[in-house]
Design a protein around this ligand. Structure first.
Ligand SMILES: *Cc1c(COP(=O)(O)O)cnc(C)c1O
Length: 418
């Protein structure tokens, strides 16, 4: 894995996480000594002006990071946006959205117009695919799905110019790592703008713009917030793209509540230590699963047999808590027997909080350019901050339940092992 490069002013990412977004004007009062550590919650819709001249001046100048009207935000949201920009070397700015999906939708709307063609990775998050097929289609924008293993996309130029290339690495559910430097080099050579869904790694483990990407998208709902209690998305862009990204967000009236921004900022401060623990526990559990006879395959970029492992090693400075594994044989009922009895894993969508989750996943439903074939049903795990030994004991008992149903016997009585 790569070493953490030192960032802005020579400060490293963990130092930036502690310091970013705490401008004096957001933490202190004019003419008074002293400053609050964290920018507080500034709630606002109306902003009042001294007179008509000031009102007109505010309307005529840039409203970025200036009090104007609640929809353009207050220092609480600006602080979070600034911190996310600082975490992404090469970024000019960040806009915030009420969900990750809103961020993806607005970023795509900022770069595409009728008649354009979009290259979308086949392992993309399913709602991203839904946005393309159910909305972009109606606007005369064609989506072409490509294999995440591609390193050149020349074949797709035959049908006409490509406007945008969308990446997600590792891919949702199946965790294929893409060759981002090769793909962004191809895009630059062909005048194609690149966007990435960087939710899994976050800029801490994969600074996307530094790898040649133009626009980096996060579902902050996951690791930035980190506590499963806020929905939010962000788009961070280079100087060339931040203008259109910001203007499109304004036109769609996108904003986040100051309370949510404050919670996300609180989450961001501990991103470094949380991710390190998610990483260590997830790798330990992935390796353990890899040795179990009921498991056909583990899909985790840090394991050597995961597709794209070498690229993960080359480009990323860490791995996080989300991965999948494939059961050896068995059907829907055998998979459910494993998941339903888990004591320490919740059953639910989303991930990135402090708690562990288990989810049945069926990648074949969300593929069109590639074929998904596996030895059995798949389960996606999010490894939370619990003691990994408890999680392993829980999974061991789950695999015994799975085996009993698969092999047509009753599970051994006695509940979870260990
Ligand atoms: C959850 C998720 C999203 C969407 O985020 P929401 O805040 O739930 O809308 C986007 N991309 C990936 C990879 C995700 O896991």
């Amino acid at each position: 894995m790569k070493d953490d490069a030192s960032g802005k002013d020579g400060r490293r990412p963990l130092t930036q996480l502690a310091q970013a977004g705490r401008k004096p004007e957001w933490t202190g009062m004019p003419g008074q000594p002293g400053a609050i550590v964290s920018p507080p919650v500034w709630r606002a819709s109306t902003i009042l002006y001294d007179d008509v001249a000031h009102l007109r001046k505010a309307a005529g100048s840039s409203t970025h990071e200036r009090l104007f009207y609640g929809r353009k935000g207050t220092p609480t949201a600006w602080s979070l946006a600034d911190a996310l920009t600082e975490m992404e070397p090469g970024a000019a700015g960040t806009m915030l959205y009420p969900s990750g999906v809103a961020a993806i939708a607005c970023a795509l709307m900022a770069v595409l117009k009728p008649g354009d063609r979009l290259l979308m990775v086949d392992s993309a998050y399913d709602p991203t695919r839904a946005f393309c097929t159910q909305l972009l289609d109606n606007y005369g924008i064609e989506t072409i799905y490509y294999d995440p293993a591609s390193i050149s996309l020349d074949a797709h130029l035959a049908g006409g110019p490509i406007r945008a290339l969308f990446l997600e690495s590792p891919g949702s559910l199946t965790f294929e790592v893409q060759d981002v430097p090769a793909l962004t080099a191809w895009a630059k050579a062909n005048g194609v703008v690149t966007l990435i869904d960087n939710t899994w790694a976050t800029p801490l483990y994969f600074p996307a713009l530094a790898h040649g990407v133009d626009i980096s998208i996060l579902a902050c709902t996951k690791y930035i917030v980190g506590h499963s209690d806020v929905m939010m998305g962000s788009v961070t862009a280079t100087a060339d793209w931040f203008g259109p990204i910001r203007q499109t967000a304004y036109l769609f009236g996108q904003m986040v509540s100051p309370d949510d921004a404050w919670l996300a900022s609180r989450g961001l401060r501990t991103l470094g230590i949380r991710l390190r623990q998610h990483q260590d526990s997830a790798i330990a559990i992935a390796r353990w699963l890899n040795d179990q006879p009921e498991v056909a395959r583990v899909l985790h970029p840090a394991l050597p047999d995961c597709p794209g492992h070498a690229m993960w090693q080359r480009d990323f400075s860490g791995s996080t808590g989300l991965f999948s594994f494939i059961l050896d044989g068995g059907d829907e009922a055998a998979r459910a027997a494993m998941i339903d009895g888990l004591a320490h894993f919740g059953i639910g969508y989303s991930w990135g909080g402090f708690e562990s989750l288990a989810l049945p996943v069926d990648p074949a439903r969300y593929r069109s350019a590639t074929q998904w074939q596996a030895a059995g049903p798949a389960i996606r795990l999010h490894i939370g901050l619990e003691d990994p030994a408890d999680l392993i004991a829980d999974l061991a008992a789950g695999l015994a339940r799975f085996r009993a149903v698969r092999d047509g016997r009753e599970a051994d009585p006695g509940g979870p092992a260990g």
